[in-house]
Design a protein. Structure first.
Length: 262
């Protein structure tokens, strides 16, 4: 089963993702969807992650937006989704406009990227600010192979398992494209090409999982500024040995992103 993916510990013998310290990734966003009329819970349900790239624009996965009229808001500055006593001061911002990539395919997940326009620009603080985009030529040409970027989210803690209420983070190695192609060669609806990058541990055990979809793959340049280099897209189950996670490659869509920043 393919999964559109949450940060997970595959079993008790693996090292779980670390709990994130408040404000470590101030561009990280949670996407809020309307609950069904029969739900006993109040407020939005959070099903995907995203990244703030300007004070008014958010980047996420296309499959988090496709056929989802119930997506209506973005939460920024959050840490624990179910606690008001975690030290965070999150804000909820309505979505004014949504745009999925024109060539997004819900079958193959190709061009799995979307942009959200916030109803109003947010004020930058230590807890809320945009992530850098890899617009420079030397960054656009990088493969990032053998680098260990970060992923973070509130996704499932195991395949089809419960979500984490607290933000989790994990570093994953970017793998060679040929290795990723080989891993998914028997999945005939997937396309592993230069529009994606793959990251994960050969032995599995740690990965993004359901609910982490749309969240950022973040590369710390020189250990300082973070750059958005990927978007959590899909994978086989979660943290399965031999199956790295597949991420939309941001450098392949820089022109699309910058052309839509209005």
């Amino acid at each position: 089963m393919m999964r559109t993916i949450h940060l997970l510990e595959e079993d008790s013998t693996t090292t779980p993702p670390c709990f994130n310290r408040i404000g470590a990734f101030p561009w990280l966003a949670a996407l809020g969807y309307t609950r069904s009329a029969t739900s006993t819970k109040k407020g939005p349900k959070f099903l995907c992650g995203a990244a703030l790239v300007t004070t008014r624009h958010v980047i996420t996965a296309g499959h988090c937006v496709y056929s989802r009229e119930d997506l209506y808001m973005v939460r920024l500055g959050e840490h624990n989704l179910e606690s008001d006593e975690d030290g965070a001061s999150p804000i909820d911002v309505p979505i004014a406009k949504k745009k999925i990539h024109e060539e997004y395919s819900p079958t193959t997940f190709s061009n799995d990227i979307a942009m959200l326009w916030l109803k109003e620009s947010v004020q930058t603080t230590l807890m809320i600010r945009p992530i850098c985009l890899p617009t420079a030529p030397e960054l656009r040409s990088m493969t990032f192979v053998r680098n260990y970027p970060f992923i973070a989210g509130w996704g499932a803690i195991n395949f089809n398992g419960p979500s984490s209420t607290a933000l989790l983070q994990l570093q994953v190695p970017v793998v060679e494209q040929d290795s990723c192609k080989s891993a998914y060669e028997n999945f005939h609806t997937t396309i592993i090409d230069d529009r994606v990058l793959c990251a994960g541990f050969a032995k599995g055990g740690k990965d993004a999982c359901q609910g982490d979809s749309g969240g950022p793959l973040m590369w710390p340049k020189d250990g300082k500024e973070y750059y958005l280099i990927g978007i959590v897209s899909y994978g086989y189950r979660c943290a399965e040995p031999g199956y790295p996670g597949v991420y939309t490659r941001i450098t392949a869509f820089i022109d699309w992103i910058t052309n839509n920043l209005d």
